[in-house]
Design a protein around this ligand. Structure first.
Ligand code: ADP
Length: 456
């Protein structure tokens, strides 16, 4: 990508980047909202279930767990009396917390009940209970001791991020008081939210695709406009140069004719008149070419097709070409058409082949080596014009058939031309129901291949 193109496209990239960021932000916000609604739904349904359960089980399924806790609390109280060092007390408290948590998770029926309740309502039934102990008081008749007061640990933060806090239970037995948070993890939570979010995601992707497509289409047509406008400027420069050359020759010739030494020299007058005539013809040709181009633009151009033997026509064209080319070029030809006939407009077809042959000469250094080949292939007639000239780089090859396009050499006067020759070739080949292609290597030469359908 050139710097110029990059500069033009930069605002588009920036706008698209902003759009993507905005979309990500919106989707993320919707996700967070859905996540919150999801938690709220499960929390309120769980509370309903707990209330329902409490109607026949005041322990909410924790009865067995509380019995076990009460029992082992007694053991812990005895152990606690033997504690001396503060490190031991910390380890002791940790041990109680872990043990009690395990009992509360394993010896309860609430989770199973909730799972069934969810299933009944068509919600996800796969849940995992998580218990976080807030504090444990062991009731020692002699000295009521608080064994464990939970700090707000990393664990709790993690739990509250991913899991849903359902309820904070508190229970008091003979030997203990405990408060704990009951959380649940819903299996497939992400999947469920993702499914609910799919429409938002889809819309956001769709809007991105549509906006990108509109941007790209607009940019493409803008760049194409720019390219055409610069091609037109080049064309005007070239055309001015092309028109100026014969004009200045005519002007000089006109002055020469007035010169005293020439007035009496009949030979010189005829020579100069011939020169003026030749240049006028050239001027006329150029003007006709431009007029014709503008006519092609306005109307679908009409061919006057006739069934003809292509070999004969090509031979005529090449004979004329050889005469014009003289000894200055090395010209080879090879025909294998077996009398193939095609529907051809003689005038346009001749222009097409001449344009290719002229280019082969024009874009060759030293003595041009040109080969004209024509043969049949399936239902087509193939005409190849090959040269060993300057060649065309791969990146330029796709442009050379465009109107006004000329391979830039940095010096527009290096070889004469208006950038219309190959444009004509393409239009004419297509108007005959055919096509034209090029295969070329810079510095090595080019082959132009025209293919048109044969009639017989
Ligand atoms: P023009 O010859 O007036 O520039 P054309 O449409 O005939 O316009 O050709 C377009 C461009 O393609 C030319 O400017 C030239 O750079 C390149 N080109 C055409 N034919 C050849 C060839 N045989 N070898 C190398 N380059 C070619």
């Amino acid at each position: 990508m050139t710097m110029q193109k990059f500069k033009t496209l930069l605002p588009v990239f920036v706008a698209l980047a902003i759009f993507i960021v905005a979309q990500i932000y919106v989707v993320r916000q919707v996700w967070l909202q859905k996540d919150e609604v999801f938690a709220l739904r499960y929390r309120s349904v769980s509370k309903e279930a707990i209330q329902e359960m409490a109607a026949y089980d005041p322990y909410n399924g924790f009865k067995k767990a509380y019995y076990i806790i009460d029992d082992i609390s007694q053991l812990y109280i005895q152990k606690s009396r033997a504690l001396v060092k503060s490190e031991d007390s910390a380890l002791f408290a940790q041990d109680i917390r872990e043990n009690f948590t395990k009992i509360l998770v394993e010896d309860q029926l609430l989770s199973e009940y909730l799972s069934k309740y969810f299933e009944k309502l068509g919600l996800e039934k796969k849940i995992k209970p998580l218990i976080y102990v807030n504090y444990i008081d062991l009731i020692d008749i002699q000295e009521n001791i608080r064994v464990y007061k939970a700090p707000l640990s990393e664990l709790k933060k993690q739990q509250s991020d991913q899991s849903i806090l359902v309820y904070t239970f508190k229970s008091e037995g003979n030997n203990y008081i405990i408060s704990f948070d009951y959380y649940i993890d819903i299996a497939n939570k992400e999947k469920i939210i993702f499914r609910e979010l799919s429409l938002t995601l889809l819309l956001s992707i769709l809007s991105f695709v549509i906006i990108s497509a509109i941007y790209i289409a607009t940019m493409k047509s803008y760049l194409e406009e720019k390219r055409l406008s610069s091609l037109k400027t080049d064309f005007i420069n070239n055309m001015t140069h092309e028109l100026k050359t014969p004009l200045s020759t005519i002007t000089v010739a006109g002055k020469t004719l007035k010169h005293e030494s020439v007035i009496d020299d009949k030979k010189k007058i005829i020579e100069t008149a011939n020169l003026i005539g030749k240049q006028s013809v050239h001027l006329n040709e150029l003007i006709n070419l431009i007029l014709e181009i503008s006519m092609w633009e306005r109307t679908q151009f009409q061919l006057d097709k006739k069934k003809i033997s292509v070999e004969e026509l090509i031979k005529d064209i090449s004979d004329n070409f050889k005469n014009g080319c003289g000894k200055e070029c090395n010209f080879n030809e090879e025909y294998n058409l077996n009398g193939a006939i095609a529907d051809v407009d003689i005038l346009y077809f001749t222009t097409m082949i001449n344009n290719l042959l002229n280019n082969a000469i024009k874009y060759s250094k030293n003595t041009p080596e040109v080969k004209l080949e024509a043969y049949t292939e399936d239902d087509d007639i193939i005409i190849k014009v090959e040269d060993k000239g300057i060649g065309i780089s791969r990146s330029e090859q796709k442009n050379i058939f465009d109107k006004f396009y000329r391979v830039s050499t940095g010096n527009i006067h290096q070889s004469k031309g208006l950038g219309l020759g190959l444009y004509y070739v393409k239009k004419i080949a297509e108007a005959h129901g055919g096509s034209v292609g090029v295969s070329s290597k810079k510095g090595k030469g080019s082959v132009f291949i025209v293919s048109i359908p044969k009639t017989i």
